[in-house]
Design a protein around this ligand. Structure first.
Ligand SMILES: [Zn+2]
Length: 276
């Protein structure tokens, strides 16, 4: 059992072909209580059925994870690299990914999932056409999320301050900055002059930088649950372990926990279990 009310991992993948239930149990064992489960872009399916099957699989896996006692937020949506998958299948990536956004929005609106993601740009350099098409897809997703009041998780390349400011202006043009999170952010970016909320990989140094900034943030593992790459990006138990570290390092740990595990997640996801 967790010594705290809530220990929330803001970004993890759990896969039927990975450690699956054992990963959820390990998270619980170390004191984790809830996680944002994001669909993992396995390309097992045909291009025509990709999103339908991927979303259904993610929702099914989340049910199993919930049965172990872990509360879940479920995030579904196109992943920036889906672009190349559709391109190599000779489909129009922009059309296909917009269709994936619409489908995700209707599932979320029906109450079967909670957030849209990962939306944005590939994390490695791409040609101008791919980058500008990715921008079109991001703007479309922001409009859809705006219309249906859905939180959005951003996946982008590592950005400098100018990059953050540019993405911030796109968000503000289409949606509210309060409902968007940049996942897998670097804590060194926390002093940039934009107001996008960051979710940091829960390393010791990221936490120290983030806490000392006094700004809002979230913690994540970006755990990929792949048997051939165990413990990648960082192990599934990392957020509860770092909660222990925060407790040992900071006198106001209670206030920090309330902010990063309850207040900020509730602002973004509006899920009940954060304030019980
Ligand atoms: Zn990502």
């Amino acid at each position: 059992m967790s010594p705290y009310r809530t220990v929330f991992d803001n970004f993890a993948h759990i896969r039927r072909n990975g450690y699956y239930v054992d990963a959820a149990k390990e998270f619980l064992k170390y004191g984790g209580t809830s996680m944002n489960m994001v669909n993992f872009p396995d390309y097992f399916y045909t291009p025509d059925s990709h999103y339908e099957k991927l979303y259904r699989e993610t929702i099914d896996v989340a049910k199993t994870v919930r049965n172990t006692g872990v509360d879940t937020v479920i995030t579904i949506g196109p992943y920036p690299l889906d672009y190349f998958y559709f391109q190599s299948a000779r489909k129009d990536p922009v059309d296909e990914m917009k269709r994936g956004i619409d489908m995700a929005a209707s599932i979320i609106t029906a109450g079967d999932a909670d957030a849209m993601g990962e939306i944005g740009y590939p994390h490695f350099p791409v040609d101008e056409k791919v980058y500008s098409d990715s921008g079109v897809i991001l703007e479309y997703a922001l409009d859809v999320c705006h219309d249906h009041d859905i939180p959005l998780i951003l996946h982008t390349e590592d950005m400098d301050e100018e990059g953050y400011l540019r993405v911030e202006s796109i968000i503000k043009m289409h949606y509210s900055i309060d409902r968007v999170i940049k996942h897998h952010a670097n804590a060194t970016d926390i002093y940039f002059n934009d107001s996008i909320t960051r979710s940091f990989v829960a390393s010791r140094s990221n936490i120290k930088t983030a806490v000392s900034s006094g700004r809002d943030f979230l913690l994540e593992t970006d755990y990929t649950d792949q048997k051939d790459k165990p413990g990648k990006v960082i192990p599934v138990y990392s957020v509860p372990k770092r909660a222990e570290m925060i407790k040992n390092l900071y006198e106001n740990y209670d206030e920090i926990f309330h902010r990063i595990f309850e207040e900020v997640p509730f602002r973004i996801y509006r899920k009940e279990f954060f304030d019980r």
